[in-house]
Design a protein around this ligand. Structure first.
Ligand code: ZN
Length: 203
């Protein structure tokens, strides 16, 4: 499976990192080895002193597709959850300054955590479900699809021009404002509407 990620998909987050608001989606990928195994904590890697959480809505692809039209994109995903795109922000800044790829800062082992999947028909507001992150019990991030610069269907149309989507692939759709550093012994709780989809300790 592929983990496809979208950067800068919320205006307020692009601004908090002093990035320009993009005119087309910013894409990157993580390998399968980036996934945090079920029931494991997130381990802060030795190579970074500034790992950030990024809570994101994630959709799961359920049909193979290439060059998918936006109007048909909704037929290509069946479940949604909230995930964490962990980012070694210090390393990412160094790479960005040199114009180098982001993988070491974004795709390292443990850099992707996924909550449990929820079918769209189990959501109260399937068109626009709100999600949020509690860091040690405090709400630090909240988002909903209507705040995205590029909608989920637009992202699927765009991504599938370049990459064939296969069953089981997942798309991280970008993070809203409020990203910040994780520290040892933090706990992170992700919610989709009122359902808790992931509880993760930081070690
Ligand atoms: Zn992200």
């Amino acid at each position: 499976m592929k983990i496809i990620c979208v950067g800068r998909n919320y205006v307020a987050h692009a601004e908090e990192l002093k990035n320009l608001v993009p005119t087309e989606p910013v894409l990157f990928m993580k390998p399968e080895t980036a996934l945090v195994p079920k029931r494991n904590p997130f381990f802060i890697p030795d190579f970074s002193d500034d790992v950030h959480y990024e809570a994101e809505l994630v959709v799961r692809i359920n049909r193979i597709g290439k060059n998918i039209q936006e109007k048909f994109a909704h037929k290509y995903y069946d479940a949604v959850t909230v995930g964490l795109d962990f980012t070694a922000r210090d390393l990412q800044h160094k790479l960005k300054e040199k114009g180098l790829p982001w993988e070491r800062a974004k795709a390292f082992d443990g850099s992707a955590a996924l909550g449990r999947w929820i079918k769209f028909d189990q959501l109260e507001n399937a068109e626009n479900p709100v999600f949020h992150l509690l860091l040690n019990g405090n709400k630090v991030q909240e988002g909903r699809p209507e705040q995205m610069i590029f909608s989920i269907n637009q992202l699927i149309a765009y991504i599938s021009q370049y990459f064939t989507l296969k069953i089981g692939d997942v798309i991280f759709t970008g993070t809203p404002a409020g990203v910040g550093r994780v520290q040892k012994n933090d706990n992170l709780r992700l919610f989709l509407e009122d359902q808790e989809v992931l509880y993760l300790n930081v070690k």
